[in-house]
Design a protein around this ligand. Structure first.
Ligand code: ADP
Ligand code: AMP
Length: 214
């Protein structure tokens, strides 16, 4: 099963992708997580990506497409995956589509987690991330047991630089300009499903399970 998560930054793509990965035993592939891991390890790719990420801009397609295609070519992706944060532009979607069709494969579901812009700023400013293990929390909706500390690995939680309100505004504009057109792209392919992302995360997940099947 190959799934794409669509939605604005902070809509809850990562939260739902992790739950999908657990239930359906497919890897959760997040281009944002791959970039952040590279930044943490000080790689050349990380240093290049950081220039764009810190400003809320998209990392150029050539770079992003390459890391994504390398990742999904790995063995654990043989039986499917859930993509979180990729594609974010029409050219990225076209490259993925072409790479899959050359293998006789296709995306089964593109799930749009729909959250209006008004809710996004609150979601992002309250998000706390563990840069060590990738877990995410929300200070109101999903607080960690001990403030500022990751439940899963005990490391410190941070407000991501790109989750600060001025950067979030940029990211939302870019989302509307470059990523939202993917909704039409996947509607035309007959795989788009929309869920209401404003409700409790368990309810969002129930709606997704209805779509994917038990
Ligand atoms: P994305 O991957 O789309 O950027 P996240 O999954 O990281 O978004 O969610 C953004 C923030 O909102 C996180 O702090 C997360 O804990 C919180 N969140 C996710 N889903 C919900 C929900 N349904 N209701 C309230 N808060 C949510
Ligand atoms: P995310 O963790 O998905 O919110 O991504 C964080 C940041 O990484 C984005 O704001 C972009 O700068 C960059 N990024 C992640 N995925 C992509 C992508 N598919 N295309 C371009 N940039 C990306």
């Amino acid at each position: 099963m190959k799934i794409i998560m669509l939605g604005a930054p902070g809509a809850g793509k990562g939260t739902q992708a992790k739950m999908i990965a657990d239930k359906y035993s497919v890897p959760h592939v997040s281009t944002g997580d791959i970039f952040r891991a590279n930044i943490k390890n000080g790689t050349e790719l990380g240093m290049e990506a950081k220039k764009y990420m810190d400003q809320g801009l998209l990392v150029p397609d050539e770079l992003t497409v390459k890391i994504l295609l390398d990742r999904v070519a790995q063995d654990d992706c043989k039986n499917g995956y859930v993509l979180d944060g990729f594609p974010r532009t029409i050219p990225q979607a076209e490259v993925l589509d072409k790479a899959l069709s050359e293998l006789g494969e296709k995306i089964d579901f593109a799930i749009d987690v729909n959250v209006p812009d008004e809710n996004i700023i609150n979601r992002m400013s309250g998000r706390r991330a563990c840069l060590a293990c990738g877990a995410t929390y929300h200070i109101e909706h999903v607080p960690p047991t001990q403030e500022g500390i990751c439940d899963r690995c005990g490391k410190e939680l941070v407000l991501r630089d790109d989750d600060k309100p001025e950067t979030v505004k940029n990211r939302l504009e870019i989302y509307h300009e470059q990523t939202q057109p993917l909704i039409d792209f996947y509607t035309e392919k007959g795989v788009l499903k929309t869920v209401d992302g404003t409700v409790d995360m368990k309810e969002v997940f129930n709606a997704i399970v209805e779509i994917l099947g038990e």
